[in-house]
Design a protein around this ligand. Structure first.
Ligand code: HAM
Length: 436
């Protein structure tokens, strides 16, 4: 299907690596996972992301279900999380404050597919509620930054801007309308439409002519009140103190209506992933909880595009550890070893080891190919002789050493033999670390 992708086993380990690293990091920042449904009421996105935004007006997969409800596949994760926050009263005194969650999963936007832009794509995101402290903005930006650093991604740049409060944005909006109205005929057709509905979107238009006209347009930072200015200044001071590199870019406006004050994007500066170079976007949305029927709880969050990130890791040749090697391969010769092969792999798996065997009566040569492919640590060979004598040979593929062992011993205590044959010292290490 256009704009969708199957993630096959040869690729899924890369996804898991990135997701595992994210979970560990999110955990160290004390974010906990939330999982919300894939579809929501259409109204939720129309009211939060905004019905004049491109996302809602052009890109939503919306439909009526058999009960005539107007629904939409979620195009993003913030509105669903805020809905859940309000619905489950997660602002209550029994919950941690600030309330911090993360999510990972598919989002849906009807966009023109290209590298790094899909119709079903995946985001890793975080949301923090109840703190309007600028340290929260900085911590979230630092978290995104740490994540990319830990992965080993290069050539990223953080751009930040402030959209101020509602009233400030309303004044700015009017100033933009006043500025662009006399230039209307020169704007791109898209921007002509944006002029009355969403004039801030003209500022970040990708059209070169729009960009030229926008150079002298009023700047949002000139419309900020004292409180917004102080907040934005603190964000910059704290980022500097943490030595997180950033640049203020007043042309960033973000395409979702719920933002106010700090917004940010992380962009790939080299051309490794082409035009779709924004790998992370986010900001503050203090009005959203109230707008969706909850308390006036401030909020801050961001989302990272997984497809873009994986493309970037690939293009920058960032090393991703291969899946773990296989602990045991049972090389079986002849029909009569079918049961014992089964018992052997089950004995290993029962002790927490990974194990595989032949099921197809393949030749020794093709079974050895599998051994190599799975990077097996131990290979146990069983044929009619082994079955008769009750004794078999195990080879450690890494050292080349072979060991003779009784079949019954192996079946009853696989773990001890595995440790012996691999001289696994992790148990001893654990002992000295006080793990036992
Ligand atoms: P967004 O900027 O719309 O923000 O999306 C965040 C990221 O998702 C983008 O920077 C990009 O990497 C990825 N992305 C978006 N659309 C696509 C697509 N069609 N194909 C592939 N990747 C895509 C949000 O969604 C906000 N909810 C972020 C946020 C969280 N703000 C506050 N909290």
């Amino acid at each position: 299907m256009k704009g969708t992708e199957d993630i096959l086993p040869g690729q899924s380990y890369r996804w898991q690596y990135v997701e595992d690293l994210a979970r560990d990091l999110f955990d160290s920042y004390q974010f906990h996972e939330i999982r919300t449904p894939m579809f929501e009421a259409y109204e939720l996105f129309a009211r939060s992301v905004g019905d004049t935004s491109d996302i809602v007006s052009k890109e939503m997969y919306d439909f009526y279900d058999k009960g005539d409800r107007h629904l939409a596949l979620r195009p993003e994760g913030t509105a669903p999380v805020v809905r859940a926050y309000v619905e489950h009263k997660l602002f209550g005194p029994e919950y941690l404050k600030p309330y911090k969650v993360y999510y990972m999963g598919p989002m849906f936007r009807y966009e023109r597919p290209q590298a790094g832009r899909q119709r079903q794509f995946h985001q890793l995101g975080v949301e923090v509620f109840e703190s309007s402290n600028p340290a929260t903005d900085v911590e979230a930006i630092a978290l995104a930054w740490d994540f990319f650093q830990e992965l080993g991604v290069r050539n990223l740049k953080i751009y930040i801007n402030s959209l101020g409060k509602n009233e400030e944005r309303a004044q700015y909006r009017q100033a933009l309308i006043d500025y662009f109205t006399p230039l209307k005929e020169q704007l791109s057709p898209d921007s002509q439409n944006r002029l009355s509905a969403n004039p801030m979107r003209i500022i970040d238009s990708k059209d070169p002519k729009d960009q030229e006209l926008a150079i002298n347009a009023p700047k949002i930072l000139d419309y900020l009140g004292e409180e917004s200015k102080a907040h934005f200044q603190a964000v910059q001071d704290y980022l500097q103190a943490l030595e997180i590199p950033f640049q203020v870019d007043p042309t960033i406006v973000r395409g979702l209506d719920y933002y106010q004050d700090t917004i940010f994007e992380i962009i790939v500066e080299d051309d490794s992933i082409g035009a779709q170079s924004t790998v992370c976007g986010g900001g503050r949305y203090d009005g959203l909880s109230k707008q969706l029927g909850g308390p006036a709880s401030p909020g801050f969050g961001f989302a990272i595009g997984m497809e873009r990130l994986l493309l970037l890791l690939d293009q920058q040749s960032v090393e991703i550890p291969e899946p773990d090697p296989l602990d045991l391969y049972v090389l079986g010769l002849g029909d009569e070893v079918n049961l014992v092969s089964l018992q052997l792999v089950q004995a290993a798996r029962g002790e927490g080891y990974s194990a595989e065997r032949d099921y197809l009566g393949r030749s020794l040569k093709s079974q050895y190919k599998t051994v190599d492919r799975l990077n097996a640590v131990l290979v146990a060979t069983v044929g009619s002789n082994e079955l008769e004598s009750g004794q078999l040979t195990i080879k450690n593929q890494k050292t080349g050493k072979t060991f003779d062992v009784q079949l019954s011993d192996l079946l009853s205590d696989f773990a001890s033999y595995y440790r012996k044959f691999t001289q696994d010292t992790s148990v001893i290490d654990e002992f000295f670390k006080g793990g036992y």
